[in-house]
Ligand binder design. Sequence first.
Ligand SMILES: Nc1ncnc2c1ncn2[C@@H]1O[C@H](COP(=O)(O)OP(=O)(O)OP(=O)(O)O)[C@@H](O)[C@H]1O
Length: 241
Amino acid sequence: MDVTLTGLTVRFDSQPVPALESVDLRVPAGEQVALLGASGAGKSTLLRVLLGGVRPLAGEVRVGGRDPFGSAAGVRALRQRSGFLRQRDDLVPGVSARTNILMGQSSRWRLGDWFTVARGGVPSRHTARLAELAHRHGIADLLDRRIEHLSGGQRQRVALVRALLGGPGLLLADEPTTGLDPERAAAAVADLRGAHGVTLLLATHDGALARQFPRVIGLRAGRIVADGPPARIAMEQLYAA
Ligand SMILES: Nc1ncnc2c1ncn2[C@@H]1O[C@H](COP(=O)(O)OP(=O)(O)OP(=O)(O)O)[C@@H](O)[C@H]1O
């Protein structure tokens, strides 16, 4: 899904200055982009707008040609076609990695699917894709493990497979490598970038991670101050707090 923002301005009630101001951005379908900026630059706010979670003060938002604020049904449809990875994953303890992954699709289930999952099974509509994604992202051997018995990097991969299971057109990742060491963080980004064909927007304050992307968008104090391949961008000015 492509993303177009025109004159996007967001201002939270309690804040004297806008979190985002006059942001114009176009990301074609399938492109992979890093949003780079220091803490408070507006990265999370931008991602939340794309899912209809924060209403803009002004401007136009289109995701896959749709206005995320158009109608409640429109927002639901958009969220079903989008995957979101948060700073800290929200995987559920006490159940297996497999159940965690499947639960991401529960809004689409019929009663029979719930029974299948409750018995530890996989609804037939998810069998092939779950097996393929688990294999591609190296968690095929971990699916039976309880989530609290996995390492940070393994959890991150489980969260990624959960986000990809429904075949999203858009993947939003908000500092998904928080808490991982640099090597694991690089591997996690490589994993994310392996989701070909999905539009990917990853928010980070880490210049080294942003460098792994073909396009970097620099945010400072709610404005886009750079946009292009990493070699052409003065990265250190963007993530220095
Ligand atoms: N719910 C909210 N209510 C009020 N102000 C908010 C809210 N969410 C974000 N802000 C403010 O909006 C600005 C942008 O915040 P945002 O979380 O988008 O930044 P960020 O670049 O994602 O930062 P970080 O890297 O720390 O997550 C900040 O000044 C922040 O304090």
